[in-house]
Design a protein around this ligand. Structure first.
Ligand code: UDP
Ligand code: MG
Length: 320
């Protein structure tokens, strides 16, 4: 029988050549000090810099590294998905960022929680070392999502987590195209546990998440895990019909029993503008859901792997 690694560490990399040496150094130290069989799955998400070259060199030197190269930039969530799908660990998958914002050294602590019977150990950020605008935006977003989502998504937790093999298998089976992994991970269920940590600053290079991309991710969180926007529109629609009916009735009563009604041109204009806005918003919200159905209905593969260098460390050594 072949021996599989017990743990796969998964790190997506997009133009991370500056942080790459630091990442490898920290991962090597970690692996050297643990008696677990670990493979590292590095996913190159279509980098335009030196990252793929560095990955190739590393995979040749050290067979604990398993390198996956995507055909183009697919985005963080899909790069992670490709990593999860390629990982061969028998026990657990450890998902980290490639820029060392998630300290890999926490693996033994997370692993202990997993051995204590948890299927998902997710990291909860106690402190963030990012700028105030980003911090506030994150803070507000997670609270909004929690209040409207139909899945219990824990506050302030990102993708940094240790997940059991069976949870990973479920995630791989979930074919949704617009992925919000931290939500999907909660949806899966089983025993989940939060683990507090301080999120470090990026070791080198710049964040690859622009505000536009962050909004995209936030949108996926909201529209994939909540029916609230649609329900909100239905309620607003119903309420506005009610208000206009009451208004209409009062005007009729006034006209019949009291004095002349003053021409309400301003009020009319206000109502027209307000409700055309409400209607456009409603259409936009429906559009968000339709868009997701549209993309999902194409049934395209989630990611395309161009090349894969599979390590031989465990499989090769004990193969009969
Ligand atoms: N990343 C990726 N594809 C992308 C954008 C980012 O694989 O299109 C990787 C990136 O290399 C990093 C991780 O995802 O390892 C998190 O990205 P980043 O640090 O830019 O996000 P932030 O920490 O600022 O939210
Ligand atoms: Mg980062």
């Amino acid at each position: 029988m072949k021996t599989l690694p017990q743990i796969s560490i998964i790190a997506p990399l997009y133009n991370e050549s500056d942080s790459f040496p630091h990442l490898v150094e920290r991962l090597n130290t970690l692996m050297d000090n643990l008696s677990l069989r670990i493979e590292v799955v590095l996913v190159d998400d279509g980098s335009r810099d030196n990252t793929p070259v560095l990955m190739r060199q590393l995979a040749l030197l050290d067979d604990r590294y398993h390198c996956v190269f995507l055909s183009r930039n697919h985005g963080h969530q899909l790069a992670l998905t490709a990593g999860i799908a390629s990982a061969r660990a028998s026990e657990a998958l450890f998902i980290i960022d490639g820029d060392l914002q998630d300290p890999p050294e926490l693996l033994p602590d997370f692993y202990k929680e997993l051995c204590d019977g948890n299927d998902v150990v997710y990291a909860v950020r106690r402190k963030r070392k990012e700028n105030i605008v980003k911090k506030t935006a994150y803070y507000l977003f997670y609270r909004l999502l929690k209040s409207i989502s139909y899945v219990e998504i824990p506050l302030d937790s990102g993708d940094f987590a240790l997940i059991s093999r069976r949870v990973a298998d479920v995630l791989i089976q979930m074919p949704e195209e617009s992925r919000y992994l931290r939500g999907m991970r909660s949806w899966v269920g089983f025993k989940q546990k939060g683990f507090e940590y301080e999120r470090d600053e990026r070791i080198a290079g710049e964040s690859k998440y622009s505000f536009k991309l962050l909004f995209g991710l936030a949108y996926n969180g909201i529209f994939n895990f909540s029916e609230f926007p649609i329900k909100f529109m239905t309620r607003t629609g119903a309420l506005s019909i009610l208000i206009s009916l009451i208004y209409f009735i009062t005007v009729v009563i006034k006209k019949l029993f009291f004095t002349e009604v003053i021409e309400g041109f301003t009020a009319l204009l206000f109502v027209v503008i307000l409700f055309s806005g409400v209607q456009l918003l409603a259409l936009g919200i429906i559009g968000e859901y339709v868009l997701r159905i549209f993309f999902q209905s194409k049934n395209r593969p989630l990611f395309i792997i161009k090349e894969e260098i599979v390590n031989r460390a465990y499989v090769g050594r004990d193969a009969v």
